[in-house]
Design a protein around this ligand. Sequence first.
Ligand code: GDP
Ligand code: MG
Length: 598
Amino acid sequence: IPLSRIRNFSIVAHIDHGKSTLADRLIQLTGTVAERDMKEQMLDAMDIERERGITIKANTVRIEYPAKDGQTYILNLIDTPGHVDFAYEVSRSMRAVEGSLLVVDATQGVEAQTLANVYTAIDADHEIVPVLNKIDLPASEPERVKEQIEDVIGIDASEACLISAKTGVGIPDVLEAIVTRLPAPKSGDPDAPLKAMLVDSWYDSYLGVVVLVRIMDGTLRRGDNIRMMRTGGKYGVDRLAVLKPAMTDVQELGPGEIGVLTASIKQVRDTRVGDTITHEKKGATEPLPGFKPSVPVVFCGLFPVDSSEFEDLRDAIEKLALNDASFTFEMETSAALGFGFRCGFLGLLHLEVVRDRIEREYDIELITTAPSVIYHVFMKDGEKIDLHNPADMPDPSKIDHIEEPRIKATILVPDEYLGDVLKLCQDRRGIQLDLTYAGARAMVVYDLPLNEVVFDFYDRLKSVTKGYASFDYQLQGYREDNLVKMQILVNDEPVDALSMMVHRDRAEMRGRAMCEKLKDLIPRHMFKIPIQAAIGGKVIARETLSALRKDVTAKCYGGDATRKKKLLEKQKAGKKKMRQFGKVDIPQEAFISALKMD
Ligand code: GDP
Ligand code: MG
């Protein structure tokens, strides 16, 4: 296929602006999938994605389109993930294509993820075609949104396509725009040493690991022996195919083409997104630039509510990890929760998705411990420790200082909620970097500690703005601050699952809030239960859960004072015993609720 008849593109949009619906329409209108096989959201395969309306893995489809100029074009759509946690995957898949459709909901306008995603596309040198969706809705304001795109993003929107992905209006214009306004792949030499970008990979229970590639230079054929330039892995290509979106075998893929290969690769972990694939013999000498492995930034413990389900949990986690190389896990034991796993995620949403899948697909109820970020702990003796579990915090007297990760957060919000958003960011130790207006909405940029965001920032932001704010962030690097480990003691026993790193100035407040919450969440026992927050050995907050009083003297009639006294003494001794050996039942919801701040 000549390069001039290939167009590779992605669709960038804020969540719910209609990316998946548009992809469906493009597939449908070009007859890529027979009408009877068409189901909604063709490309969002997993249930959980469909329900939450997010696309987690980049999906791809090859469309054949007979254009008005009489030529048939190959259009390769890469559907990029739509969430901040997957920013690296988005930026990689963008490098595999030359253009983007920028979908903006004409009733909503530009949102935080519209900005983040379109800037990634601009960084990847994309040509961009703005597409205003949902014009079937009376509330749509395409002219206003065009202006907003020009003002805020700075790209020409005068020729934006006006469409309804729902009704199909305007879809033919989008297809023509892809052909006429997006560039063909930049020249690639079919005879040069092979350079194929590894765009994505996933585990398929029948095929094993499937690898999505974009050929930059050279030609990849079935049966070729290949080498991954970053990981060094060597494989023989068993199968080569394009996605329509069903796998359709091909003999070779040349420059500009996008397809998948299978090669008896055991686990997704052996395939790094962004790696360069070349031939084992006469391969390229230099890999494609810009590779960086995606690393987990948020950690938490996952424990089965029912400890007999530990092996089931191990099984579930291992299966999920097969298909998700960015998620890490290791075994962890906790005095309060028993056996479980310490897991690392790209962000909070990623954590939620994995947790939901374990609960839903494997039917295991989970306790999730406080999410933590990675702290850099600098010891007085010069050693540097990456701390991702507060339980591993070294002796504070040996610590020189601690650094924490910071993010740059961009929030778009209608004016009337701006005050609440500023207060929320301020409360979370934020530093305001910028405040401007994008049409009728304020755009605030804050420098925030990641650990203040991983708890319940999204939830709070949603609730103070009634769902009207949009949010996006990027990691900015590490900065020193006054951070300490706060422990929670229930009945004088430290509950490690509730330990957390906090800023010293906020420790009292957080400690008090935790103790008060736990007091409400833990049922009363036969004995008095102190609930304390402590830093080092020092108690900074305390609540006492009073005992259920079993009145043993009620049985004694009359006024036998000595007998009454004796019985009360017995009761006290018994209480003491229980308190010493007794085990406090902490209900599982306490672990989750206690960590949320109001
Ligand atoms: P995505 O998150 O960007 O993939 O968005 P979806 O394609 O899942 O669409 C989000 C919601 O908007 C769904 O309920 C769609 O049915 C709806 N939707 C998408 N396009 C249109 C449109 O043109 N008009 C209307 N009225 N609704 C649309
Ligand atoms: Mg979608």
